[in-house]
Design a protein around this ligand. Structure first.
Ligand SMILES: Nc1ncnc2c1ncn2[C@@H]1O[C@H](COP(=O)(O)OP(=O)(O)OP(=O)(O)O)[C@@H](O)[C@H]1O
Length: 591
């Protein structure tokens, strides 16, 4: 474990850990020496005759006590500091690793586990040097000292104590393994129950809307019952294990006591020495008894190190040694194949978006439209083929260079729990106040700000929860406008917005996409019609491509798709009887 911890520390901190370890070992040995000094001291005191002969031993005991204090203090401080350094170092490493991991790593439910890594796992690992190191070293060094002293004072008692050691170690191993298995099951059940409770809370609106609260409760209930069962099983296994180990330690002590008494009765060991040795043995039994609990804590820390190591071992997207530069604002995919698992999602996929033009990706759900935009932004590396931005293979570009040229406006807008202004400024942190206000005006965020108590300085809540979906989108577009990147990857919202938001979002998007290279996952027929080129995807391939008129004339899959959408639009317009005014609005919202 110490070796694994060392691997997580830098050179200086490794040195500090070694010093803490050495200091704690010396401190435990000095404690053992203090107990060892009890043997001659008690012998002199209980011998009758001349108690003044005890003074040198008292002086030696005092010197050892002082030395113990002098050594213990800095080693405890060093151990605590190593714990803090470890937590700092783990947070730094996690932070720098997370920003280099492929963006795709974060999709697929991993976000929740990051929170656990940063808090629970880092705390577990830092507790090893900060809190477990000292009792662990004492649980090892003190019994060793005791055996050495006994061997010197009375080899028969020493050998008997030595003979108990393998039994104690064996029982420790066996109970440890049993408890570990039960711990794993309890840990998995606790994680499952936690996930079900979070899901139940998060999905309340859906569960209530469909009258499925009972089903939701049942799933949570089942998970909690399973957790309780696993917890009980762990206690059933752990308690006898812990008690069995403590019993073994106590049995060894009683054995020594019996042997000592037998020797004393036979007159082969003097009573004062026996008394001192038994004090020493009793003192050693205490840290040894806690070894089982320490072992459990150490195992938990080991599991945490494993989880952290898994993240550290995940390879980041490789960065080129001599990165290329982006030459223009074109986007090109050349014979790309890519998939998330074993099956390819995109097959032999090619696409060119010349600078300053708009290409609309259209196709049935699951055909791979979002995947195309993810590959352009290098969330993942392709299996085969090449993705080029500005003429350069994205694998040959520095991540920062690529990201500086792209603006991503996706459907699931996330805002940070800061002010409107801070959220917009994220687009270009160095932007001046006037630039932020201009971006807010163009995305019509100023209208939102005017309604809020502190204007642009109003906080938006976690994830932007205090704003409506459309308002959040307007903030994200203002952010994108401020960034002013030449290439825009846009996933048009499918969720219907209210009329005011829709008009504002469309106006803001127009400002964002004007004169830029745009790759848009189009849901609105108006966007599709206005695109320079339409690429129709089916099953991860380009089924056909061309302008709207060309594709309609071809009467292929796009024409079928288009008439299907038109029919749906007509149906919607007829299905809702409206006033003249509302009818006009419905024409713009339905698509
Ligand atoms: N992170 C992921 N892990 C595993 N599979 C994924 C992941 N993201 C997408 N997929 C799968 O890849 C396929 C293509 O998905 P993609 O999101 O690119 O399609 P899409 O055309 O954008 O669909 P939609 O219009 O419904 O958004 C789907 O079968 C989807 O289930």
């Amino acid at each position: 474990m110490i070796r694994r911890l060392s691997e997580l520390l830098d050179r200086e901190e490794r040195g500090r850990l070694r010093r803490a370890l050495l200091g704690t070992a010396v401190s435990a040995a000095l404690q053992g020496a203090a107990f060892a000094l009890l043997v001659p001291l008690l012998r002199v005191l209980l011998d009758g005759g001349r108690p003044e002969r005890a003074w040198p031993w008292v002086a030696a005991l005092a010197a050892v006590a002082v030395a113990h204090a002098v050594v213990t203090y800095p080693s405890v401080v060093a151990a605590r500091n190593t714990g803090y350094a470890l937590s700092r170092s783990l947070h730094d490493r996690l932070g720098s690793r997370l920003v280099r991991l492929p963006l795709g790593w974060f999709s697929g439910g991993r976000v929740g586990t990051v929170g656990r890594l940063v808090t629970y796992d880092v705390m577990n690992v830092m507790s090893v040097p900060a809190h477990l190191l000292e009792p662990l070293v004492r649980a090892t060094v003190t019994p060793v000292c005791m055996v050495l002293v006994m061997l010197v004072a009375d080899p028969r008692l020493g050998l008997a104590a030595l003979a108990c050691a393998p039994v104690i170690v064996l029982v420790h191993r066996v109970t440890g393994r049993l408890v570990q298995r039960a711990e794993h099951a309890a840990d998995a059940a606790a994680a499952e129950a936690g996930a079900r409770v979070v899901e139940f809370a998060r999905e309340q609106p859906v569960l209530r809307a469909y009258g499925r609260t009972a089903r939701g409760v049942r799933e949570v209930d089942d998970a909690l019952v399973a957790q309780r069962r696993a917890g009980r099983r762990m206690i059933r296994v752990a308690l006898p294990g812990l008690a069995g180990f403590a019993l073994t330690v106590q049995a060894a002590f009683v054995l020594l006591l019996l042997l000592g008494t037998h020797l004393a009765v036979g007159g082969t060991v003097d009573a004062p020495a026996l008394l001192a040795l038994l004090v020493l043995a009793a003192r050693s039994a205490e840290p040894l008894s806690s070894a089982a609990e320490l072992g459990a804590a150490l195992r938990m820390a080991g599991n945490s190190v494993d989880r952290l190591q898994k993240v550290f071992d995940t390879p980041p997207l490789p960065e080129p040694d001599t990165p290329e530069r982006i030459r223009d604002s074109s986007v090109r995919l050349e014979r790309v194949s890519f998939g998330y698992g074993d099956e390819p999602v995109l097959r032999d996929f090619s696409l060119t978006v010349p600078p300053g033009t708009t290409t609309a990706l259209v196709g049935p759900s699951g055909s791979g439209k979002t995947t195309v935009t993810r590959l352009v932004a290098r969330f993942f590396d392709v299996w085969e083929g090449t993705v080029r931005v500005g003429g350069a293979d994205v694998r040959r570009l520095a991540q920062q260079e690529l990201m500086s040229r792209l603006t991503l406006v996706f459907q699931d807008v996330h805002l940070f729990d800061g002010t409107l202004e801070e959220n917009i400024r994220l687009g270009r942190p160095g932007a001046g106040e006037a630039e932020v206000r201009e971006a807010a005006r163009r995305a019509r965020v100023d209208e939102i700000a005017a309604r809020l108590p502190d204007g642009l300085r109003t906080r938006v809540g976690e994830g932007g929860a205090l704003l409506s979906g459309g308002e959040r989108q307007r903030v994200s577009i203002a952010r994108a406008l401020l960034k002013d990147a030449p290439i825009v990857l846009l996933d048009e919202a499918t969720a219907s917005l209210d009329t005011e938001n829709e008009a504002a979002v469309l106006e803001a998007l127009e400002a964002l996409t004007a004169d830029r290279t745009v790759l848009v996952i189009a849901h609105r027929l108006e966007t599709v019609r206005g695109a320079d080129r339409i690429v129709f995807l089916r099953g991860g391939r380009v089924a056909e491509s061309g302008s709207h008129d060309e594709l309609l004339a071809r009467k292929g899959p796009y024409a079928a798709f288009w008439s299907e959408r038109e029919r749906a639009r007509g149906w919607r317009m007829r299905a809702v009887p409206q006033s003249e005014d509302e009818r006009g609005r419905s024409c713009t919202t339905s698509s």
